[in-house]
Design a protein around this ligand. Structure first.
Ligand SMILES: CC(C)(COP(=O)(O)OP(=O)(O)OC[C@H]1O[C@@H](n2cnc3c(N)ncnc32)[C@H](O)[C@@H]1OP(=O)(O)O)[C@@H](O)C(=O)NCCC(=O)NCCS
Length: 184
């Protein structure tokens, strides 16, 4: 893929997507500080801690993550990352996460980022994409990935616990990948 890549959002605003690089640490810290707790709760790490972002930046070259950001007016407005393994039974599977700044949601930015992560997974020869989403907390993402042919492969009842202590079902959404989009 060629970066930087310009994309036009629903309201004709422009954003630029490019890979995250080692100089983006403070921009990424600023971005995650603006993401509401409910949206960060389902992530594996506390992204408001500078150590989390510092570790991501330090691991950019370790070959197991492809991380892209979307920018508007020199601020990060979206972040997507694709994670994969180099060895073992699930090395054909990529996992991903996308977060878009609340005021830029529903303008197709999540779709642009998802398209790039799918393409990156195909380029790496991955066969399956997986994302685990919490029903009731990540419904927008569940709807968004369904548009790209993800289907619910499993459901873990009452598996996740929200910030308020209540239980939520987690769904495992899967997409089979082919070598080109035309096989879709
Ligand atoms: C999920 C998320 C990344 C989507 O980003 P976005 O930029 O708003 O997504 P898009 O505008 O490209 O929307 C794509 C599709 O998702 C669906 N969608 C988006 N928001 C929705 C909502 N609140 N409710 C229902 N469907 C929704 C729609 O089908 C939409 O397609 P349409 O525009 O043709 O109607 C964003 O809501 C977000 O950052 N949420 C918090 C973090 C999160 O849940 N991440 C998921 C981990 S993968």
């Amino acid at each position: 893929m060629r970066y930087p890549k310009e994309c036009i959002l629903k309201d004709c605003e422009e954003a630029v997507i490019r890979p995250l690089n080692s100089e983006d640490e403070s921009l990424l810290n600023r971005f995650y500080k603006k993401i509401p707790e409910n949206d960060r709760w389902c992530m594996r790490y506390d992204t408001t801690r500078p150590e989390t972002v510092r570790r991501w930046i330090a691991n950019l070259d370790n070959g197991s993550v492809f991380s892209i950001i979307a920018l508007c007016d020199n601020e990060i407005i979206g972040h997507g990352s694709l994670h994969f393994r180099e060895f073992g039974a699930t090395k054909h599977v990529g996992r991903f996460r996308i977060v878009v700044m609340p005021e830029f949601r529903n303008k197709r930015l999540g779709t642009w980022i998802l398209l790039d992560l799918i393409q990156a997974a195909m380029d790496k020869g991955l066969k399956t994409l997986r994302t685990d989403l919490v029903r009731g907390m990540e419904d927008a993402a569940i709807e968004a990935v369904k548009k790209f042919d993800f289907f619910q492969r499993a459901e873990l009842k009452n598996y996740a616990i929200g910030p308020n202590g209540s239980s939520y079902d987690m769904v495992i959404m899967i997409k089979r990948l082919h070598s080109t989009w035309t096989d879709f």
